[in-house]
Unconditional design. Structure first.
Length: 267
């Protein structure tokens, strides 16, 4: 969901979700403490911040001047969990929400109007939360995707069943112009949009597991140059290191929102 349509100087072309329907188009964090969130991610990922036109509860994060993600201090107001959520481009948020519910998923928030578009927060039938966005994207959105500063992966009970669910909701593999392609690589489902790998789906999650890292969920990955340094910075800033490897670390921020930092591009 893009909360802000402010474009960089000199940018004129605005991408519509019609052009990339079914593809991940943004990642957003719900927070209770906007200032604390800004301080944490500035320390861990070096992000800078700018306000959004929706009001003082919303910020956009910048990495090297490029939009990376949105933050909305609405977790308490909307009684939502503090979490990172991927948003998918749709032609109609209302139609997407209806399709989700018809297939056993749920609608948590919306669809609601957030000019210049509409958004909804949803969950698939295994409980993994995601959002949809209908409308315009910021004008340098293609740069955001090509830079692969953010990448998403679904950990779910059955990757192939999940691919059917999302495929029916988002018209994956429909063959239409601008639509997404689905490929099977071993035990994973790989989603491509305009030739780029934009998401992966893997099996192995347990729907009733007490550990939220094992339950079905979408995990947001951010590319960093030094995984170990990001992990150390997270602990120093009040976060937690949940798993640490040479190329990847799973972290929780100061409010408990989980995310992954990785040194690999393309994933």
């Amino acid at each position: 969901m893009n909360h802000d349509m402010t474009s960089p100087a000199g940018a004129t072309d605005v991408v519509s979700t019609d052009a990339v329907y079914g593809a991940p188009c943004w990642v957003s964090l719900t927070s209770r403490d906007l200032q604390g969130t800004e301080e944490f991610y500035s320390a861990v990922l070096g992000w800078e911040w700018r306000p959004m036109r929706l009001g003082n509860r919303f910020r956009v994060a910048l990495a090297s001047g490029r939009p990376v993600a949105g933050v909305a201090a609405v977790a308490g107001m909307w009684q939502m969990a503090v979490a990172w959520t991927p948003y998918f481009a749709v032609r109609s948020a209302d139609e997407a929400a209806a399709r989700v519910q018809e297939r056993g998923g749920t609608a948590a928030v919306g669809p609601i109007s957030l000019p210049p578009g509409r958004a909804a927060l949803l969950a698939d039938r295994d409980g993994a939360t995601f959002g949809v966005w209908e409308g315009a994207l910021f004008s340098d959105w293609p740069t955001w995707r090509r830079a692969q500063l953010a990448f998403i992966r679904l950990h779910t009970r059955d990757a192939f069943d999940a691919a059917i669910f999302y495929g029916e909701v988002f018209d994956w593999a429909s063959g239409g112009p601008g639509g997404c392609e689905v490929h099977y690589e071993g035990d994973e489902v790989v989603l491509r949009s305009q030739g780029d790998v934009v998401a992966r789906i893997e099996s192995g999650a347990l729907g009733s597991a007490p550990d939220p890292r094992i339950r079905p969920h979408w995990q947001v990955h951010f590319t960093v140059t030094d995984v170990a340094a990001s992990a150390r910075a997270a602990e120093e800033a009040g976060g937690t290191v949940l798993a640490l490897g040479p190329e990847e670390a799973v972290l929780a921020d100061n409010e408990g929102a989980r995310f992954t930092v990785t040194s690999r591009r393309g994933h």
